[in-house]
Design a protein around this ligand. Structure first.
Ligand SMILES: Cc1ncc(COP(=O)(O)O)c(C=O)c1O
Length: 370
């Protein structure tokens, strides 16, 4: 069947490359205890306070979730010092990306997206009949702010900034953020996707929520519980913007988009200072170790402000070959070919033993190719 009624823009979408379940990979390859450092997840597991809260809520699953996320919004409001009306809760920040695009983009409207950046932006813009205007990152992987500003026209509705950027781990610095916010016309909204914000150590990182507090009218900041709090499997994130924009996004949202376990887990996780501390310490120590070891074997990498980074595997091999060779040794990394980076793999910081295993196996593979 030709399914001629399916719009061309849907047929043209290149699907997001799915990964196989880790158990299936292990079964197929006959390996055990593999190490997954491919999806920028929290290697330490989930916030213990979140797990306690989930256990308590298991007996209440006959009830629909709280469609207004009352307690979570109140807590986030107090945490960030912004009104509850400024907050939208999503089924992961991915859902917020989708809700924002559905709210603000009609067929023919444009979104400015940098490349390489998070693939979901352009897939979702395409799925809504919009057009992605792609602006390449600069040679040092920073955002081309002047290029982004030049690309704005009267069809532009959204500018996506992943900050830190997935997959490069680089940030849009405060000076450029200021310029962007100052220069955009009223009909354009900046989406500051700050999924990895908590891992940033740079003093030049701009605090998006601070701009909203200073009454910037066309900015949405996205945050997630997936990374720092280890809740990726439950799907919960939030957006912060003006009450007016939040109200429009809320109209598009399904009432029960965020399940009860995710809501109680997120609420508890916000108090889990110990888990947050352990996660950030592990990230810092892991990055120090990985950088040091990669330097030692003369492998180029892009220093990051997040919990993941790009490792250049050429001229020794392609990203595909690195991915496959590491997989055979039980180390799952991300092949960046689908991002247009066929020379790079992306790894996230694991537990110390996982980082050591990656380095050991990667070294062996390299030695075999020299
Ligand atoms: C830049 C960026 N934004 C958003 C997300 C999605 O996060 P969530 O799990 O909250 O949907 C990711 C996940 O990898 C990401 O890398």
């Amino acid at each position: 069947m030709n399914y001629r009624f399916i719009p061309r823009y849907i047929k043209d979408i290149v699907p997001y490359p799915p990964g196989k379940p880790i158990e299936e990979v292990e079964r197929e390859l006959g390996i055990k205890n593999s190490v997954k450092i491919a999806s920028n997840e929290n290697p330490l597991g989930t916030s213990p306070l979140a797990i306690q809260a989930i256990k308590k809520t298991l007996k209440k699953l006959n009830r629909y979730p709280d469609g207004s996320a009352f307690y979570l919004k109140n807590k986030l409001s107090a945490t960030h010092g912004i009104p509850t009306e400024s907050i939208v809760i999503g089924n992961g920040s991915n859902e917020l990306i989708e809700l924002i695009i559905r709210t603000f983009i009609q067929a023919g409207d444009e979104a400015i997206i940098s490349d390489p950046s998070f693939l979901i932006y352009s897939i979702t813009v395409k799925a809504s009949g919009g057009k992605s205007i792609i602006i390449k990152l600069m040679d040092d992987y920073s955002y081309d702010i002047k290029g982004i500003l030049r690309a704005i026209n009267k069809r532009t509705r959204l500018i996506f900034i992943s900050n830190p950027n997935n997959p490069t781990g680089t940030i849009l610095k405060k000076k450029d953020y200021d310029l962007l916010i100052k220069s955009i016309p009223e009909h354009v909204i900046v989406v500051d996707d700050a999924a990895y914000r908590e891992f940033v150590v740079s003093k030049e990182y701009p605090d998006g929520i601070g701009y909203i507090k200073k009454k910037v009218k066309n900015l949405i900041v996205l945050r997630t519980f997936s990374k720092l709090y280890g809740l990726a499997g439950l799907r919960i994130g939030y957006g912060i913007t003006t009450p007016e924009l939040a109200d429009y996004i809320e109209r598009v949202r399904q009432p029960f988009n965020v399940n009860s376990l995710a809501q109680v887990a997120a609420l508890a996780a916000l108090d889990d200072r110990q888990f947050v501390r352990r996660t950030l310490d592990n990230n810092k120590a892991g990055l120090d170790y990985l950088y040091r070891m990669l330097d030692k074997i003369n492998i180029h990498f892009i220093p990051t402000q997040a919990n993941f980074f790009l490792v250049k595997v050429s001229p020794y091999m392609t990203a595909r070959q690195a991915f496959e060779s590491l997989l055979m040794k039980g180390v799952i990394v991300r092949d960046m070919t689908s991002y247009g980076l066929a020379d790079y793999i992306r790894i996230n910081v694991g537990k110390p033993a996982e980082n050591r295993k990656f380095i050991m196996e990667f070294r062996k593979i390299l030695t075999g190719r020299l």
